[in-house]
Design a protein. Sequence first.
Length: 292
Amino acid sequence: MNHTTETALGFLGLGAMGGPMARRLLAAGHRVQVFDLSPERLAAVVRAGGEPASEAAAVVRQAAVVFTSLPTNEVFLAVAAEVLLPHARPGQVFVDLGTTIPGETRRLAAAFAAVGATLLDVPVSGGGAGAENGRLRMFAGGDEAVFRQVRPLLVILGGADRITYCGPSGCGQIAKGVNQLKSALGTAAMVEALAFAVRAGVPAATIAAAFGAGSPEEASGIVKYARAVAANPDAHFGIKFRELPYYLAEAQAGGFSLPLTAALHAYCDRGERVVIDDGRPAPSFWRELRLR
């Protein structure tokens, strides 16, 4: 895709990730039509040069490439069904930057292809700081030729060295799943190890001291969890609870198992939704370990 101000881009979802990414496209000289349900978020990107749309459908009708950065799988599926697909046209490209169930991504990609459009799944990792700095790990799935066309735009968002084409539709979401699962299972392992110590009679502060001795490079990863609990016995550690079913469903459809993921989700699913994790009510793994 040529770097030109003549190609109008669209961006739906201007939150902690989407807002900075849209501003990076604007700073690179692209025309970007933008929409968000929050007037404040919309205004912030308009001040950076974005062209405001009165509704999401207006962005889809105007833009050649439409980026979406939406908060949940459910929101993206609803917007795709109610806004994107009804207004999609031949040759148009949609880039889903969020985390979506791989099977749903494949289903939607087929629906877009039926009207001559293309859906690429390009979930990102790196948080708000990475979005601001243009340093995001990006996992791309979908039509490879179309991916090559939009890659220069993705470079603006994440940097040339962190974009990986992972394969056909859904493969970007699967690669993102590796990121989510290693984070979830790694955190859960540390928290369970800490719970073992605390429930067996060794305070979290003692564990922090025992494993934090020496240089910062030598300190174990468990130190940050132990220090957090020492400061607040009700500390919460996210384990990607709401996304674990995404990958369990993919494994079930593929006929294989994820035993640790299944056990973690089942254990937590019995608990009360007492914390907010990724914007949704969720159980606290640490609380469940303390109570059971």
